[in-house]
Structures are given as structure tokens and as C-alpha cells.
Design a protein around this ligand. Sequence first.
Ligand SMILES: Cc1cc2nc3c(=O)[nH]c(=O)nc-3n(C[C@H](O)[C@H](O)[C@H](O)COP(=O)(O)OP(=O)(O)OC[C@H]3O[C@@H](n4cnc5c(N)ncnc54)[C@H](O)[C@@H]3O)c2cc1C
Length: 502
Amino acid sequence: MYDVVIIGSGLGGLECGVMLSREGYRVLVLEKNPVIGGCLQTFRRHGRTLDTGIHYIGGLDNGQILNLYFKYLGVMPALDVVRMDTDAFDTVTLGDREYGIGMGYDRFADNLKGYFPAEAADIDRFCSLLRKVGGTMSVEGLRRGLISDDAMQYMERSAFEAIDGMFTNPILKNVLTGTSLLYAGIKGKTSLYHYGMINHSFIESSYRFVGGSQQLADALSAQIRSNGGEVLTGTEVTAIKLQGDHVSGVEINGGDVAGGTFIEATNVISGIHPATTFDLVEKTSKIKKAYMTRLHTLENSCGVVTVYLLLKPGTVPYINRNYYIHSGDTCDTWQTEYDTARDTPRAVLFNMQATGHGQQFADVASILCPMNFDTFARWESTTVERRGAEYLDLKSHLTDRIVDFTLRRSPELREVIEHIYTTSPLTWRDYTATPQGSAYGIVKNCRSPFTTLIPINTRFENLLLTGQNINVHGALGVTVTAALTCSKLLGAEYIAKKIGNA
Ligand SMILES: Cc1cc2nc3c(=O)[nH]c(=O)nc-3n(C[C@H](O)[C@H](O)[C@H](O)COP(=O)(O)OP(=O)(O)OC[C@H]3O[C@@H](n4cnc5c(N)ncnc54)[C@H](O)[C@@H]3O)c2cc1C
């Protein structure tokens, strides 16, 4: 009998596993894949390590919020990370012009004022607004016993409207929203909270993992084990079992024909999509059809096609910043999904993977292109490696278009590509079990926060939710959500102070 069984070994599941095992709970984390980590997982092709779902993380400088969480989780000393370029950790490319996003608020503001001197006063006002939003989850707040403080006021405000109302220069507005594909921003839906919290943490400091993000999953799993907990791979939860109004445990590796194994648990935490979670719950009158329909019709963020460029060793200088490349300076930077009518990307994120400290050359670059699931919907019922020739043709066509778009200003890079490897939203769906291969889970809409922000508590007192579908996605959002989930068992003030004083 376990105190807590956790479904999924993504960042959220593993972090809950560490927090609860540290507090003496007997924890078991169950992962369907052979390798732990979900979006943190890396894989190997032609001798290179390829990242999947975390390319950089924010707030990791000493004394900053994610640093403190990772210290509390016991993983900070194990992480091998490289701080990105201070003068520009991100570059927003609009047509032929590049705008460097500086790290630290002074550099951030100075860069913007250099490009847009007439807007200097408004840039200062904007920075203080971002700091306020980012400050809703702060080291000081944690020390006072608050995981998050007064965030709701920003969840109901649209990021688009806040920026639109603050600035007049359309190019500046585009620069400020030029990284929207990082947070799957949607004009009029993405809240000031999501925009501000994510951008604030990256402006404070941005880091890449050296050798890939798998190390974070491995470090978290090692902590769980050293606290006496267990992490099992190749173990799919196929049902959540009930006894009366309570969850009694989970069935693993069952199926239509094979009977699975039952694991008894006092509490179950699900780190997977809420609709998938409730599909697993045994039939009961407690879950109404209308509730299931609601979960299944919630909008999911778009998927991503990732194109990995495996570069000839020693040929391409390593660049320690990301490039958000848009089609032109008058484009709408909130609209980033591949333009199927014109058969061209609207925006991509181009970056290089860090393989060492002070490295001279890059051996892998990746291009992330947001993609609507409809493009791949006809292969919905297929599985990996069995999707047929037409699917491969489409993937190859999209790869060409995405590479052309990305390298349009440096076509010579094509000559130094040794291999190309591409994944689609279907790859993602099969690998993380996220409906429609959505990259960032449920779209949280500032116009209807109460229906699109799914609560951690469920109809079953001992079934809790965590992960990117709840609250905010990304390394910081998922980490804070894990603390909120564990606070339901440990008490919010207790866990906040423990983290704050780590
Ligand atoms: C392409 C991409 C790029 C991104 N880039 C960044 C970035 O640069 N920086 C950043 O901060 N964030 C980034 N993110 C977001 C970030 O990766 C995610 O928000 C976060 O890692 C999600 O963690 P999670 O725990 O919610 O879920 P997941 O990582 O999806 O984990 C869920 C786990 O549950 C497992 N599972 C599913 N069903 C079952 C079952 N029935 N039984 C057992 N196990 C099951 C899955 O296999 C998976 O391992 C990116 C995301 C994507 C997709």
C-alpha cells in the first residue's frame, strides 16, 4: 500500500514525488514509457543527444525563484547548465531586423530603449508591470508562507490588451510578443499572468542544459529513490479504481483483454491531461457526462513540428541564444501556427543545443514550428513508424519548408547539415499521451479563467491533479503547480516556508 501513487514521470509528477517522499510519504511514480521525464526526455540519433521539450529555463540564478525550488528539491548541485548571453538570450527576428532581448531588467530595458528611444518611459512602466506579475510567485512570498500571491487579478487580464494599451509603436509590440510561441500565446486569450510570469522568469536569467534536459528528470528520480520512494518505467496506468466515493488505487498494464495489476494507494496524483485522467476512472455516477464532455472539448494548445539539424562537427559556431524568426516586421507575432493556405511557417524558434562549457561549435540545432493538429488528423489512428508513405512525404515536405524559412538569411548552413530528423504532433501525442499532440496542454483563457483553469482538487477527495494542464506550463509553471498540488496534502504555508527557506 502506497501513500501516494503518481501517474506520469514528467516534471510535475517527479517534483510531486520528491516533495512528498521528503515529507515521509511512501511514493510510487509510474511511467508508461521506457524512459522517465516526459517533455524532459532526450534521445540519441547518430551519436548526438537531442532535446525534446525543454530548450531553456528561466529564474535559475542564485536567489531566484526556480533556483530556490531546485535547491529545495535537492537537484540544483546535480544540474549542468550554461547561462545564456546576457546582451541577448533571445533574438526576435522581424523581416530583416533583429531585436536582442537582454537578460536582467536593466539590460532588457536598455536594449529596448536603444531600438525604440521614443518609448523609453513606457518601457520602464512595462518593466515594472512585468516585475509585479512575476512577483506573484517570489522567494519573499514563499518565506511568508505563500506559494502564489494575488495572481488572480492578472489571470483575468489579456496580455495582448495590456501591451496594446501601453505602447503605440507596432514594431515594439511585435518585439514584446515575438517569443509568443514559447508560451503558445493566443491573442486575446493568453492572460497577462501567463505572459508576465513566463517572460519575467526568462528575463531574470536564462539557462540551457548542457547535454540535455534528461539530467533534470534523472536528478529528481534519484532524490525520490534516496527518500525511499520508487519510480517505475514501462508501467502504464490503465485504470483508476474506486471504492465508494474514494480512489482505492490504480491498475497497471491492463487492457481490453489482459487483466492488469492493482496497486493500492491512499492518494493518487495524476500528472497527465485531465481528460485522459478521467477516461481512466472506473465508471461511476459521480462523474457526469456533461463534465466529461467539458473536459474533452476544452481547447488544447497547438502541437509542434520539431526539425533537428545534425551538423557536421566543427563547422557551425555555437550560438548561446535563441532566435524567434517571424515572416516580417508587420506580421502578427501572436499568430505563429504554420500557414497551411500559403504553405509556409509564420514563425519558428531556432536554437542550438549546449554540449559543453565554452563550446566553440554546435553539433545539433533544432527548429520548432507550431503546427495545428488538423494537418495530421488523417493519421490519428496510426502509431509510430506505421503511418505510411503519405505521412512521410508530408513530413519531408514540411521539413523542407521549415528549413528554408529558417535558413533564408543563411542558406549556406544547408551545406553543413549531415542529417535531418523531424518529429510531428503525432510523435508527441504517442510519446506523452497528450490529446492532439498538444505541446503545452489546455489553453487557459483570460476571458473565462474559471472554466479553463482546471482545479487541482477533483470530485474525489484523494485524487489530485498536477502538470502543465493545470495553471501554467513550462519549467517554472509546472514546478509551482507541483507545490500547489502537494500543498493539498502538506498544507500550503508549511510547504511554502520549507521551499522558501531551502
Ligand atoms: C516542444 C516543446 C518545447 C518546450 N520548450 C520549453 C522550454 O524551452 N522551456 C520550458 O520551460 N518549457 C518548455 N516546454 C514546456 C515544458 O516542457 C512542459 O510544460 C513540461 O515539461 C510538462 O511537464 P508535465 O509534467 O506536465 O508533463 P509531461 O512532460 O507531458 O509528462 C507526462 C508523463 O506522463 C506519462 N504518461 C502519460 N500517460 C500515462 C499513463 N497512462 N501511465 C503512466 N504514464 C503516463 C507520459 O509518458 C509522460 O512521461 C516545451 C514543451 C514542448 C512540447
